[in-house]
Design a protein around this ligand. Sequence first.
Ligand SMILES: Nc1nc2c(c(=O)[nH]1)N[C@H]1C(S)=C(S)[C@@H](COP(=O)(O)OP(=O)(O)OC[C@H]3O[C@@H](n4cnc5c(=O)[nH]c(N)nc54)[C@H](O)[C@@H]3O)O[C@H]1N2
Ligand SMILES: Nc1nc2c(c(=O)[nH]1)N[C@H]1C(S)=C(S)[C@@H](COP(=O)(O)OP(=O)(O)OC[C@H]3O[C@@H](n4cnc5c(=O)[nH]c(N)nc54)[C@H](O)[C@@H]3O)O[C@H]1N2
Ligand code: SF4
Ligand SMILES: [Mo]
Length: 730
Amino acid sequence: MVVRVIPSTCSECLVRCGSLVHVEDDRVVKITGNPAHPASQGAFCMKGINGPISNRDNPARITHPLRRTGERGGGQWERISWDQAVGEIADRLAAVKAVHGGRAIAGAVANHAQSRGVAVRLLLRSLGSPNLMINQDLCHGCRATGSMLTGLGGNGADAGTELAVARMILVVGKSPSESQVVEWSHLQHAVKNGARLMVVDPRRTHAARLAHTWLRVNPGTDVALALAMIHVIFSEDLYDHAFIAEFCIGAEELRARAADYAPQSVAELVGIPAESIIAAARAFATTRPACLMLGHGVDAQANGVQTTIAFQALLGLTGNIDKPGTNRLAKRLPGYVDNHSTHPDLAIPRALEEQTIGAVEYPLWSGPTSWAKAAHNPSLLRAVLTGDPYPVRAMIISGANITCTYPDHDTTVAALTSLDLLVVASDQMTPTAELADYFLPKTTLLEEEDLIMDTGGPCVSLTQRILAPLGEARSDIDIAVALRAACAARGLVEYDALPWASHREFLSFMLEKTGVGLDDLRASGFHTVSVTRDSYRETGFRTPSGKFEFHSSRLVGLLDDVLPSYRAPVYATAQEGFDLTLLTGIRSMPYQNSRFRDAAWARRVQDAPELRIHPATAARRSIGADDWVWVQTRADLPRCLLKVRITDEVPEHIVATGMGWWYPEMSGPDRGASLFNIGTAVGYGPSFDPISGSAEARNTACRVTRAETEDVALLLREVRRPQAAALNVR
Ligand SMILES: Nc1nc2c(c(=O)[nH]1)N[C@H]1C(S)=C(S)[C@@H](COP(=O)(O)OP(=O)(O)OC[C@H]3O[C@@H](n4cnc5c(=O)[nH]c(N)nc54)[C@H](O)[C@@H]3O)O[C@H]1N2
Ligand SMILES: Nc1nc2c(c(=O)[nH]1)N[C@H]1C(S)=C(S)[C@@H](COP(=O)(O)OP(=O)(O)OC[C@H]3O[C@@H](n4cnc5c(=O)[nH]c(N)nc54)[C@H](O)[C@@H]3O)O[C@H]1N2
Ligand code: SF4
Ligand SMILES: [Mo]
């Protein structure tokens, strides 16, 4: 028995903890956290322990290419070879391109900056299409766009290991005990070491319980809270005059705007007494160093970008930027390629980028001047269905399960069903893959080699390939390379945006100019990047003015009102019969979005999609614990079924649920998603953030009614607890 411990990086979620993979002979026997990893420092979770093993060994895993034989969604497939699959796909892409042009081929991915997402983006570019749907409009998009506008940069929301030495930590719309084990571990240590913690959340999260101050904000009103805190900081002269004079622009405009947001005047709107707002502002401005953790709670909101700008303004006003214990500017390994979408060698002409669906309406999200360079998802899905602004007829989806994770399930299904060609790459048959013409089998984590720039450490972190892929599974880059070759043979390749012959070459390209090689990373699993302080003194902020911008110069000319202000979300307008506010997307430890729904270890922890509801609200509707309820958010959208969990962590007027539910063991192409997934009941706009185009999909008005037990039993008749997979992976 030969025992080896291989340092790697878990990538089952975006936290990306350093891991230690324990291998006996050729079997993985356990996976643990790596205490030496500079960002995660040993933090780890049940997904990292179990997920890679159960994914690799999943009895439902598909490891060969498949071609649909019957009706779309009819579940009839035949096995074909890779050569057949890529050849036929290329033929059908050629047919679409000949009639409608390259831009009629679209893609959808999740981790757009990771190799899984990059692969599809660069394949599309090669074929002459700028139309990639990414998740970030629902995920990190408002925060990232806001950070780009202030100058804090793509990771401005993150404090990384600085949390350990912060004295004041402001957490807004983030529940790290459920979503981010590394930050949760740093946060607990910081508080133990005397840091003050302030949490802004409508829900009493674990972080709120740990906090010295919990501000129970009304959903969607955060920007008014931030502006009221700014008001106090200006009126009590608590700001950092020297930092603002030298490194910021727009302070006077912000002061004038905040004058309209006196704590007394917003208290009722935000649901927090004026004295508490004043005390919070004073505490934040006078306790140093301070940092901000801005979470997904402010994303997919009608005003998410301005909310980000307003909270980040608190950092600018107090000079809490890029010093120990504050939010730092992203530190990178010089020469490292971590954003292929802006790499000059992999670009497409500006005129083509300008045709991205959404570029006219949301130029800071789509098109040449955006950071995301992504299509506006709801507009793209509409284009599939209507041909407006132009036809989109083929789609390649990888690493995303969009019928389960995009809002408005029925529209997504209708759009995918109407395509001339749908190719889905996945490790198992998801409800999205069920609608495909071709299923391409993907590698799982233990079979993949990958690189990640972890700004939390900061470090470059390596995921090692521990096992040979099962069957004929391939990595995303290898799949894209094969498709590109087949397309090139048919004269479809217009741009040289995917210039590698293999996954390994792709990784070497990322490191090529760093002086660090893949072999150097293997021994420890990471390469630490040095932290320079106050780097804006040398480099300026990455804004047009080179300063931290309270008043964004990039918004001038795009919006009539550039400064943050409160815009009422749609759900704040009373709609008859919809008397509660629903928070969606509450994370659940064993799941990653729609993943692991058939893993025995995960289903043991949570076996049904939940609705968290206050005891008094439940009692008024004669709803008991473990009852099932119908949840509806709009008269024109279907209802969905959720299982009640009674808890006073939510106030009486708010209910909260997760996202991404499906039952893999159920029959039918949607595998229960059209009944049990909240995306069925929530719309994908209209009402979009005017800057990022993010749909107001996160929080909504709703009504909740008890479902008949017999009806639910019938609907659940196929549900059963999955069998545990064997522990050892070969
Ligand atoms: N276990 C697990 N971890 C995950 C994931 C997972 O699926 N499972 N998913 C990963 C992904 S993709 C993401 S994006 C992150 C998200 O993780 P987080 O950034 O932590 O975000 P959420 O958990 O979605 O929501 C955080 C909090 O926002 C609050 N909230 C809702 N509306 C508002 C509001 O209007 N204002 C304020 N201030 N708060 C509000 C909610 O009550 C919730 O407590 O988690 C990642 N980590
Ligand atoms: N209403 C509402 N909707 C939401 C949210 C919300 O809060 N509320 N949250 C949004 C957020 S933050 C996000 S990020 C999106 C998530 O949306 P998605 O990215 O679509 O969700 P996932 O379930 O993480 O990814 C799904 C698929 O990716 C593939 N995949 C992912 N990782 C791996 C891997 O390691 N190996 C292999 N082989 N395949 C992999 C698998 O096919 C898997 O089924 O959903 C969003 N949707
Ligand atoms: S939090 Fe869990 S799933 Fe995410 S990277 Fe860390 S160990 Fe993996
Ligand atoms: Mo996300």
